[in-house]
Design a protein around this ligand. Structure first.
Ligand SMILES: NC(=O)c1ccc[n+]([C@@H]2O[C@H](COP(=O)([O-])OP(=O)(O)OC[C@H]3O[C@@H](n4cnc5c(N)ncnc54)[C@H](O)[C@@H]3O)[C@@H](O)[C@H]2O)c1
Ligand SMILES: O=c1ccn([C@@H]2O[C@H](COP(=O)(O)OP(=O)(O)O[C@H]3O[C@H](CO)[C@@H](O)[C@H](O)[C@H]3O)[C@@H](O)[C@H]2O)c(=O)[nH]1
Length: 443
């Protein structure tokens, strides 16, 4: 099939590459000329394992190209995929201005029947508005479909080539038939439904996953006070098939480009129809506070943070990505600076992006994990990068001024800590001891 993908962020680029990988002709359009130039040279503007190789192979095979010319791309395609951003407005609502502009561009260029498939995460009712925006500018027939995207950053290629399910929301039988054929090579698990239900499936899925995370984070906070181990609790819960083991890792809360924005947007969607989504509001509130447990534990260990040097390992919102959108590290580092600490930070790949969000003379940017830890009064692990799990903890302790370790992601086990001098604070595991049999105080 001939496909145009509009927008080459995570979703547009990964979808474009993967649809070409399964044999379609794909043109990816972006209105950012620098991005298009970079992509044409075979370079990927985001860090995503496996993406560059797959993209170059498909460009070489002649199935994948990049352009700024939206009109020509639309003329040459049967399916048009909308994959532009829908960031939060200050009130939490989704900003639909990019989607509206693209709809109007489609309306003014469409020259024959097309299927318009929305992959951007958009509030319920938006695809009806897209239909109206396009219809107001053209007499040509087209069908709308909402096909939400469920990929995760860091595993985006695998998630797209081997999805758990594909949701196709449309009122058109013709579109259902074509889109089923398009997705068949990826999975048999294809759910067809109406447009509004498809739009809601996306928000409900993200809100549910965010709820699981805030739930286990609250359980971890209670575990710290009652002397239980949250990782054993999650394991014990997870064997129950009705609960499942995924998304029960306690930590410093969720970040990233989706959960924070989509939970806020769903609260707004509910509010717009006079529904007070109390549960989701609590999920968001719990998440906003969870990250500051790192600061509370530092204060417990160091008393005052003013004048202290704090090492930070991990700036990205999760490992295997250079994305720092809504990363908990942003507010944690900001709070450290506000309290008079200096920060030495290290991330394997996200430092450059992070510096665009937070920079200060009180932060120095280390080029290795050990360099960040040197002479520090305490170390905070904020992202569970594999390289942090593999460090020699005895060597690490020797590098630091004070062996205080705040593990925000529970990356170390008791076996690793028990022979070290570290005063070790993790999340919801208060029983862990160090070489002196010392347990961190309960907060
Ligand atoms: N990032 C994810 O992991 C993920 C996963 C699932 C769903 N989503 C949803 O998918 C959508 C896209 O997310 P993203 O992270 O890929 O977005 P992004 O903001 O990273 O990228 C959007 C791209 O669209 C381009 N663009 C904007 N207006 C354009 C126009 N008129 N013509 C051509 N190009 C245009 C921008 O230059 C940019 O390259 C959002 O709605 C998001 O919620 C994202
Ligand atoms: O048990 C867990 C699982 C995740 N997280 C955190 O949750 C956030 C999001 O993680 P993840 O879901 O793996 O990454 P995203 O790339 O943001 O993917 C989510 O958001 C995308 C955009 O909507 C969806 O497509 C995906 O299905 C959905 O998982 C990160 O900060 C993680 O550290 C936890 O704290 N504990």
């Amino acid at each position: 099939m001939n496909i145009t993908v509009i927008g080459t962020g995570y979703v547009g680029l990964v979808s474009g590459v993967c649809f070409s990988e399964i044999g379609n002709n794909v043109i990816c359009v972006d209105n950012n000329p620098e991005k298009v130039a970079l992509l044409r040279e075979g370079n990927v503007p985001i860090y995503e394992p496996g993406l560059k190789e797959l993209m170059n192979a498909n460009m070489k095979a002649g199935r994948l190209s990049f352009t700024e010319d939206i009109g020509e791309a639309i003329n040459r395609s049967d399916i048009i995929i909308i994959a532009v951003g829908t960031p939060s407005l200050p009130n939490g609502e989704a900003n639909l201005s990019y989607v509206e502009l693209v709809a109007k561009q489609i309306g003014s260029h469409i020259d024959s029947y097309k299927i318009i498939m929305t992959k951007s995460t958009v509030p319920v009712g938006t695809n009806d508005r897209i239909q109206e925006w396009i219809s107001s500018l053209t007499q040509h027939a087209f069908d709308m479909a909402s096909v939400p995207e469920f990929l995760r950053e860091g595993t985006a290629v695998k998630d797209t080539l081997y999805p758990d399910r594909i949701v196709i929301g449309t009122a058109s039988e013709r579109a259902v038939a074509t889109l089923k054929e398009l997705h068949q090579p990826l999975t048999d698990q294809i759910i067809t439904t109406d447009i509004r239900s498809a739009e809601m499936i996306k928000y409900a899925s993200n809100a549910f996953l965010a709820t699981k995370i805030s739930f286990i984070n609250e359980i971890s906070n209670i575990c710290e006070k009652v002397g239980a181990d949250v990782s054993r609790v999650a394991e014990g819960m997870g064997y129950d098939k009705r609960i499942g083991s995924s998304f029960l890792k306690a930590g410093i809360g969720y970040g990233g480009s989706c959960f924070p924005k989509d939970t806020q947007a769903l609260i707004q969607i509910a509010g717009n129809v006079d529904y007070d989504f109390k549960l989701l509001k609590s999920v968001v509130e719990v998440n906003k506070d969870q990250r500051f447990n790192v600061i509370r534990k530092l204060e417990e260990a160091l008393d005052v943070l003013d004048g202290k040097q704090i090492a930070v390992w991990g700036l990205a919102f999760k490992p295997d990505t250079d994305d720092v959108r809504d990363a908990p590290a942003i507010e944690i580092i900001q709070r450290l600076l506000d309290q008079g600490a200096t920060v030495k930070a290290y991330d394997p790949i996200a430092t450059e992006n992070f510096r665009k969000e937070v920079d200060s003379p009180a932060i120095s940017w280390a080029s290795s994990a050990m360099e960040a830890a040197r002479d520090a009064d305490a170390l905070c692990v904020l992202t569970e990068w594999k390289e942090f799990m593999e460090v020699d903890l005895a060597e690490l302790a020797a590098h630091m001024d004070q062996p205080i370790l705040i593990d925000g992601r529970n990356i170390y086990e008791e076996d690793q800590i028990k022979d070290t001098p570290f005063q070790y604070y993790s999340v919801g595991r208060p029983g862990l001891t160090n070489i002196d049999g010392r347990k961190p105080a309960v907060l």
